[in-house]
Design a protein around this ligand. Structure first.
Ligand SMILES: C[S@@+](CC[C@H](N)C(=O)[O-])C[C@H]1O[C@@H](n2cnc3c(N)ncnc32)[C@H](O)[C@@H]1O
Length: 259
């Protein structure tokens, strides 16, 4: 297997790659929500909603321990919160870019009158400050692709999940066929140009964030390779559900019951 992790331009090793990603998201944080909705024509809302719906059963359990890792400005967390019952245990929403996380934290609420809420945690996905075997569900939206080491990320998620605990990884993908070709033009040429126009020359990575996005999707393992990696790192019932013609997709799995 050749899979390693994100490689922002100019990063020499994994520590360098993680730092470049962190700095890039901190720089882009003030414009992130606007950019996201414009560049995806609001389809991102549908993808978060579908992901939350997929985990509706575990989310409906008020005692379920839920982590949204790489939560960024918190829109995935908000979609998960809509499925939590009154008085539910708070969702832990974690990210290592403070600029992103602080914007998310403003949306999460504080549990007034038993309303479902989330707590913000500044943490690295590869070194989670959480007890082994403590979580029922981990969700990550458009974050996993940015990890400096995919195998290490899957192993760390596996460590903190309970046996049988569920994992959902929502991320971009590269569709095949004619649509794939048209989409590649949008993704590699149009999207970086719109991104630069709205977001300006935000730092992070030698090529800046708008070239990083398509490059990181190109570097991300295809579904077959990703599913094999999940199977090799302690997960079972691994599956991939394409969203919107495979532009994005949701990986699902559970921590194996027996090691
Ligand atoms: C594209 S944003 C996605 C944010 C949000 N989940 C969403 O769907 O809009 C990716 C996020 O992953 C975070 N991230 C990347 N690598 C991380 C790591 N190793 N630990 C924690 N957060 C990380 C970034 O800081 C960024 O906020």
């Amino acid at each position: 297997m050749t899979t390693t992790g994100a490689k922002p331009a100019g990063a020499k090793d994994e520590a360098d790659a993680a730092l470049a990603v962190q700095q890039m998201f901190d720089a882009i944080a003030p414009r992130y929500d606007l950019l996201n909705h414009v560049l995806s024509a609001n389809v991102d809302r549908l993808w978060w909603w579908r992901t939350a719906r997929r985990f509706r059963t575990v989310l409906a359990d008020p005692d379920a321990a839920v982590l949204d890792i790489c939560c960024g400005t918190g829109d995935m967390t908000m979609a998960l919160l809509k499925r939590r019952p009154q008085g539910a245990r708070p969702i832990v929403a974690a990210d290592f870019a403070r600029g992103m996380l602080s914007r998310g934290a403003r949306k999460f609420g504080a549990g007034e009158a038993g309303k479902p809420y989330a707590v913000a945690l500044e943490a690295d996905a590869l070194h989670l400050p959480l007890r082994s075997g403590s979580l029922d569900l981990i969700v990550t939206a458009f974050g996993f692709r940015n990890l400096a080491n995919y195998e290490a990320g899957l192993k760390e998620f596996n460590r903190v999940l309970k046996p049988g605990g569920q994992l959902g990884i929502l991320d971009f993908s590269e569709p095949g066929g004619l649509l794939g070709k048209a989409y590649a033009v949008y993704f590699r040429r149009v999207l970086p140009a719109i991104g630069r126009a709205i977001g300006g020359p935000a730092g992070g990575g030698k090529d800046g964030p708008y070239n990083y996005l398509p490059a990181s999707v190109g570097n991300f393992p295809a579904p077959g390779e990703m599913l094999a990696l999940m199977g090799a790192t302690g997960y079972e019932k691994c599956a991939w559900q394409p969203y919107t013609f495979g532009i994005a997709g949701l990986y699902t799995a559970r921590r194996a019951l027996v090691e």
